[in-house]
Design a protein around this ligand. Structure first.
Ligand code: UGA
Length: 427
């Protein structure tokens, strides 16, 4: 099949490379010339495991190329919309990229044969119907007759995106009409995952409700963890016991310094603003956001218990990315933790295997080290904020050059048999 993917951010690029790897002919379209050049040279603008090799392979086999000009493509079977949907100041979603992509796609489909437009960007219920389709129909063509429309949300996790692309738990196909859904279902023919077909706005809400539920699940176990800390109970033991109940499940019960990333806060905020618009309310979701805002700072409170005067103390921060396996620092708990350390007059030495460059744009004046060992050298305390595999191997020897051995982990990562004394933020 011939596929255009509009937007070469994290979702667009992973989707494009995934389809190209499956043998489809893919064109990435992006307004950013520099990004387009990079993709055509096989340079991946983000860190995502396996993506660079798959991109090179796809380029070599002529299965993918990038362009700024959608008009340079002759015909296509699908146009995927995978542009970003950032938040506005008030938490509602900013549709400017979806709108401008829709205008470009409208001009593109105007003089071409039938193709199916698939909205993959995370958009609130009714967006495809009320925003995308009206723009596409300005061409005089009719949705459902002259072109197909589907909403097909993504469930890719950063760090595991390619694996999630090829082996999704489910595929949600929201369809304007049966023909559009049938055509998209055919594209996913070789996938073994269950496929659910529904209308457009239900598919759109499934995406938001899924992220909101996951954010709530993490926040729930963090609250239990806060309680556990006061009671001297390890929240991971509690989570293990809970997770054995099939109705609860063991995933997403890893307590710690709170969720981060580009999606959970943004999507929960957007869903809340939609809820207000429909004159409903969600007490749960606003509480989730409140709790998660405070959660990272707990590690600094614990540190203050051990070092009451933090002024001019040197603190090693291991891990900056919002989670392991990515260089992404968007909404990372490390950002507010470092801010708090600096506010208390600390000298921060940090190390992350991938995310230092991104963090240096926010904090240009802290010390970025090339290894955990260098960050730990002569420090008064160490905070571990991301569960990178290499931190799991740290042992007493790695911490031996610290001035005082105060180690607090914000994610459960250290091995008790290798490190003799440390504390967990909630365990
Ligand atoms: C999330 C969803 O998991 C994806 O399904 C979705 O496609 C994506 O958002 C999106 O909307 O694009 P992602 O943000 O990459 O994916 O990361 P997650 O693995 O979901 O983790 C989010 C945050 O929650 C991280 O900071 C992570 O450390 C934290 N988390 C996760 C916990 O604190 N505990 C857990 O048990 C799980």
């Amino acid at each position: 099949m011939k596929i255009i993917v509009v937007g070469s951010g994290y979702v667009g690029l992973c989707t494009a490379v995934g389809f190209a790897t499956l043998g489809h002919d893919v064109v990435c379209v992006d307004v950013d010339e520099e990004k387009v050049d990079k993709i055509n040279k096989g340079e991946v603008p983000i860190y995502e495991e396996g993506l660079d090799k798959m991109l090179s392979q796809a380029l070599q086999e002529n299965k993918l190329h990038a362009t700024t000009n959608i008009e340079s493509v002759k015909e296509t079977d699908f146009v995927f919309v995978a542009v970003g949907t950032p938040s506005k100041e008030n938490g509602s979603i900013d549709l400017k990229y979806v709108e401008s992509a829709s205008v470009d796609i409208a001009n593109f489909i105007k003089d071409r044969n039938y193709c199916t437009v698939v909205v993959k960007s995370t958009v609130l219920p009714e967006t495809t119907e009320k925003v995308v389709i009206p723009i596409l129909e300005k061409t005089g063509k009719k949705a459902g007759r002259d072109f197909g429309v589907c909403a097909n949300p993504e469930f890719l996790r950063e760090g595991k995106a390619m694996d999630d692309f090829f082996n999704p738990d489910r595929l949600i196909i929201g369809e304007l009409d049966k023909k559009s859904g049938d055509i998209l279902e055919k594209l996913y023919d070789n996938f073994k995952s269950p496929i659910m077909r529904t209308d457009l706005k239900t598919a759109e809400l499934i995406k938001y409700a899924s992220n909101a539920f996951l954010a709530t699940k993490v926040t729930f176990i963090n609250e239990i963890g806060n309680m556990c800390k006061n009671l001297g109970i390890d929240v991971y033991d509690v989570a293990e016991g809970m997770g054995l109940d099939k109705r609860i499940g063991k995933n997403f019960l890893q307590a710690g310094i709170g969720f981060g990333g580009s999606c959970f806060r943004k999507d929960v905020e957007a869903l809340l603003s939609k809820t207000k618009e429909t004159r409903a309310e969600s007490k749960i979701l606003s509480t989730v956001l409140d709790i998660n805002k405070d959660q990272p700072l707990r590690i600094v409170h614990l540190l203050k218990k051990r070092l009451p005067n933090l002024n001019e103390k040197t603190i090693a921060v291991l891990g900056l990315a919002f989670k392991e396996g990515t260089d992404d620092i968007r909404d990372a708990p490390s950002i507010s933790i470092i801010a708090e350390l600096l506010k208390h007059g600390c000298i921060v030495k940090c190390y992350d295997p991938k995310a230092s460059d991104n963090m240096s744009k926010i904090y240009p004046n802290i010390d970025y080290c090339n290894s955990a060992g260098a960050a730990l050298n002569k420090t008064d305390a160490c905070l571990i904020l991301t569960a990178w595999d290499e931190f799991k191997k740290l042992s007493d020897k790695d911490f031996s050059n610290m001035k005082s051995k105060i180690i607090i982990e914000g994610r459960k990562v250290l091995d008790k048999s290798l490190v003799t004394s440390f504390e967990g933020v909630l365990w």
